[in-house]
Design a binder for this molecule. Structure first.
Ligand SMILES: [Zn+2]
Length: 119
């Protein structure tokens, strides 16, 4: 009996490229967090960004940084709700090269961002 081993349901990671201005921010965060293997980038509907470095266990490797492009401070909404997850438009992890394998990436993504399949 030839048992067929199909790898169904293999999740392909959604690739969201970081924008140029985000990359500058990511670079700065990584510089201050030597143990980081990636930076979580959260885009909010108001245009502000929330970022935090993660280490290889998926634990925070930096504080949470919030910023707004071309502005000295984050918007009033964010000051009030600190970037509530209800307002998240996009979230992804920018990995430090060489990026960890798919399995590790999903495990960390799940730990940090939760189950993305509900989007
Ligand atoms: Zn904001």
């Amino acid at each position: 009996m030839g048992k067929k081993t199909t790898r169904a349901g293999k999740k392909t990671a959604k690739k969201v490229p970081a924008e140029k201005n985000e990359m500058a921010m990511i670079g700065g965060i990584l510089e201050g967090s030597p143990e980081a293997i990636g930076v979580v980038v959260i885009r909010l509907d108001c245009g502000c960004r929330k970022m935090a470095a993660v280490d290889e266990k998926g634990d925070p490797a930096s504080g949470i940084i919030m910023y707004r492009d071309n502005a000295d401070a984050i918007c009033d909404k964010c000051k009030k709700d600190a970037g509530d997850y209800m307002r998240v438009t996009e979230s992804f992890i920018h990995w430090v090269e060489p990026a960890p394998n798919e399995e590790k990436q999903s495990a960390i993504r799940l730990k940090v961002l939760g189950d993305e399949t509900k989007n």
